[in-house]
Design a protein around this ligand. Structure first.
Ligand code: FE2
Length: 229
């Protein structure tokens, strides 16, 4: 990479003066720092084989039901950004996770465990970002299950029908994290941080709700490059 000084002197020479050269240096984006991309992780075997009728961003209530899902209610929010920190609009984020009784919305899990399943948990939801890149879900704090000692929420980002990223969100400080093969497969602790969120109690919530903030950073796509942000 060319250092600032090298570039400055070369531009000064080319432009015939420091003032013009310095101005040229501050062209937006030229030296913008890039954000670290959210690491890709395995999709796992439980992306729903049959999507639920209700696919909204509230996983606690199915349809008009009055009975909420079992679990610690969590407001999961964040932004979908490109590596320059610009929000990506019209990005679709899907999440899926097992219910509080460790059952996924997938026939290979929900059929054998049908007596165990929380029928009030939606198990899957999606949200499409607007110009701010913000997304929002109401779901439960994820739980561990046999084979996966680290609680996690699976997610997938799509845009314009293309899949851009598949990964997982982990719970900061969760006891099983260090014993989870998939989590520890992300070798660099900094990368592990990038797939980990704090689940914190919401002050004054009478029912013990939590909030978790998780930003997703994906590489630029051809659709982004032509200005469709
Ligand atoms: Fe999983």
């Amino acid at each position: 990479m060319i250092g600032i000084e090298t570039k400055l002197s070369r531009r000064s020479l080319l432009c015939g003066g420091l003032a013009v050269g310095a101005l040229a240096l501050f062209t937006p984006g030229v030296f913008a720092e890039q954000l670290a991309r959210t690491p890709r992780m395995t999709e796992g075997p439980f992306y729903p084989d049959k999507l639920p009728l209700d696919q909204d961003n509230d996983l606690i209530i199915i349809g008009d039901s009055l009975t909420p899902a079992v679990g610690e209610i969590t407001h999961l929010t964040g932004r979908i950004l490109d590596i320059n920190g610009d929000p990506i609009k019209n990005a679709e984020i899907e999440i899926w996770q097992c219910d509080a009784h460790q059952v996924y919305l997938h026939t290979s899990d929900s059929i054998p465990k049908k007596d165990q399943q929380d029928k009030n948990f939606q198990g899957f939801g999606r949200f499409t970002t607007a110009s701010t890149g913000e997304y929002r879900f109401r779901t439960i704090k994820p739980v561990a299950y046999p084979g996966r000692p680290a609680a996690h929420i699976h997610f997938k980002i799509k845009k314009g029908g293309r899949e851009l990223l598949t990964s997982q969100i982990f719970v900061s400080g969760f006891a099983g994290n260090k014993r989870d093969g998939i989590y520890m497969d992300v070798r660099d602790p900094v990368d592990r941080e990038l797939v980990t969120a704090d689940f914190v109690p919401i002050k004054d919530s009478k029912v013990g709700e939590l909030s978790a903030r998780f930003d997703v950073v994906i590489g630029r796509t051809p659709a982004d490059a032509d200005g469709d942000h």
